[in-house]
Structures are given as C-alpha cells and as structure tokens.
Design a protein around this ligand. Structure first.
Ligand SMILES: Cc1cc2nc3c(=O)[nH]c(=O)nc-3n(C[C@H](O)[C@H](O)[C@H](O)COP(=O)(O)OP(=O)(O)OC[C@H]3O[C@@H](n4cnc5c(N)ncnc54)[C@H](O)[C@@H]3O)c2cc1C
Length: 283
C-alpha cells in the first residue's frame, strides 16, 4: 500500500521561516521520497495548482496574509551518504547535518558553510556562500524534478548568489566532490568560520541573512552603515546594529514592517545613486 504524503493544513508560516513572520498557508506537503514528489507535482500540474518550494525558510519574507500557493517542503528528504568519491545529500538535509557528516567521514571543503542555517535545496538554489567560497563550486552533479520528470545534470552553471537550477527544476539530490581531510582540521575550520559569523552577524536573532546582494565593489551593508541607518526601525523590524545588511525581527514585526524598511533603504539608495538588488525573496 502506498504511504500517504504527510501534510499540515492551515499551517502557521511563522514556524517555517527564520524571520518568524507570516500568515497561514493552506497546506504544506512533506514528501519523503522521489515517488511522492513526482506524485505531488503531477497532481498540481493536472489540477493547475500553483505551489512554492520551501527549504529552511532562511532567505524568505512571507506576507502577513493567507499564502495563496500550496507549499512543498523537502525536509523529510534529508539523507546524506557516500557514493564512491562523492557525498550525496537529499535536498532537505540541513547544512549543519552536512557539516557533521563531513566531520564523521573526514571530508573537507564545505567548512565555510558552517553556520549558514540553510537546507541543501535552498543553498543550491541560491548558491549560498561565505568567506569567498560558494556551495555550487563544490557540486559534481544534481538530480532534479521538472514537470514530474526526474533527471540528473552534470553541466552546471552558477554565479554570485545564483544557483545551478534552471526554471522549474526542483532539487532532489546534490552530489558534492570533496577532499579527504583530517577530522581535527575540519572541526577547527568550522569553528573559525562560526566564530567570524558570531562576531559580525546578528547570530541567534530572527532574521533572514543579507537583504541585498553585493554587486562587485558595491557592498550594500557597508553603504547602509555609512549612511547611518543601523538601528532604523519600522514597527518591530530593525536594521541590525551589528550588521547593516541584516534586518531583524525584534519581536512582533509584520511582513509589512520588514518590507517597508526594505523599501525605505532602497529609496535612500536610489537618492544616493545606487540601485540595490534584493537577495531575500519577498513572497
Ligand atoms: C543568520 C543567517 C545567516 C545567513 N548567512 C548566509 C551566508 O553566509 N551566505 C548566504 O549565502 N546566505 C546566508 N543566509 C541566507 C540563507 O541561509 C541562504 O540564502 C540559503 O541558501 C537559503 O536556504 P533555505 O534552505 O533556507 O531556502 P529557503 O529560504 O527556504 O528558499 C530559498 C529559495 O530556494 C528555493 N528552494 C529551496 N529548496 C529548493 C529545492 N529543493 N529545489 C529548488 N528550489 C529550492 C526556494 O523556492 C526559494 O526560492 C543566512 C541566513 C540567516 C538567517
């Protein structure tokens, strides 16, 4: 007998994003294998139901109102295993678990991701990166689902915060090519990166990473700081005192508070001759 796909109806989106902001979602589906993903996608395609793919919700700002699309979350597809020289990660695996797996199996290369609160799916979609490195640079192959078809690709293109997925592709598995490394060295590197993060970012606050992308030499966080905007507050949303590229929910912020603050910064930037590009996805 086929296992039913786990789902939560009338879900509170606050519980599914790092901003802790959002209204209700009609339904969140949690498929746990490829068959269930195919089944869902085909069903939505046939019934013309719009869906949104959710990772760990750490780069997303939800609306305060009811979310119109249904949501698919691959959190249950979180296996990590070794296949020959490669590490194969389910899209729902967290980067924390990936890093723990790397330590256990003496694999080096992804230490810079330690502390990024993403899922593998979100990290590959966004090409998450830090300290001069990025996730997609370590990929060897991806397995994706598009229109209910499953296929793999090795021909991968990416750029700054723009991952390897093409329109409509859902990441199922990512294969990483990593190098053998000494356990102790991996741990030390991870801790160094984590420390740097804790010093420079509002670690542990309700936020969603950098709001704006770097554009070459233009670093929005640096400019926002220079313009004296740290601490600027709308409702419960505030530009972080620690890192001007982050907006934090100081408690009870609405999606509209955060969006208004983003738009104010964009307006000021335009007045000063800059056009900031959003890294965060506003839904
Ligand atoms: C405290 C903090 C620190 C951060 N530091 C960094 C950092 O150093 N560097 C950095 O790059 N980012 C950072 N971020 C931002 C965020 O973690 C990344 O953008 C991350 O890649 C988002 O992953 P996610 O799983 O949360 O994806 P989500 O936010 O859930 O989704 C992001 C996008 O990916 C898509 N997506 C998710 N899963 C899949 C899938 N399986 N297939 C196809 N598309 C998918 C979603 O549809 C959405 O478009 C930080 C965030 C926080 C809160």
């Amino acid at each position: 007998m086929k296992k039913r796909i786990y789902k939560i109806k009338n879900a509170d989106l606050k519980n599914y994003c790092s901003f802790k902001i959002g209204g209700k979602a009609k339904c969140i589906y949690f498929p746990e294998n490829i068959e269930q993903i195919k089944c869902l996608i085909n069903k939505f395609k046939n019934k013309k139901i719009a869906y949104f793919l959710l990772g760990n919700g750490t780069n997303i700002l939800f609306n305060d109102k009811k979310f119109k699309k249904v949501i698919i979350c691959l959190k249950k597809l979180n296996k990590i295993q070794i296949n020959g020289e490669e590490m194969v990660c389910g899209a729902g695996a967290s980067l924390f678990d990936v890093n723990a797996f790397c330590v256990k199996n003496d694999l080096g290369g992804l230490e810079f991701t330690y502390g990024i609160p993403a899922s593998v799916g979100g990290a590959v979609a966004m090409n998450a990166g830090a300290f001069g490195d990025d996730v997609c640079s370590h990929l060897s192959e991806i397995v994706v689902c598009k229109d209910g078809e499953i296929y793999s690709r090795q021909n991968l293109e990416w750029s700054y915060r723009k991952g390897v997925l093409k329109d409509g592709e859902i990441l199922i598995y990512a294969k990483f090519n990593l190098k053998p490394a000494k356990k102790q060295q991996i741990i030390e590197k991870q801790q160094q990166f984590l420390q740097k993060r804790k010093i420079s970012q509002p670690f542990g606050e309700f936020c969603a990473g950098s709001i704006f992308k770097r554009q070459g030499d233009i670093v929005p966080a640096k400019l926002i700081d220079e313009w004296g905007l740290k601490g600027l507050k709308i409702g419960g949303a505030m530009i972080s005192q620690k890192h001007a590229g982050f907006i934090i929910n100081t408690g009870g912020a609405s999606g509209m508070d955060v969006l208004t603050l983003i738009e104010i910064v964009e307006w000021i930037a335009r007045k000063k001759g800059f056009c900031f590009e959003r890294e965060i996805i506003v839904l």
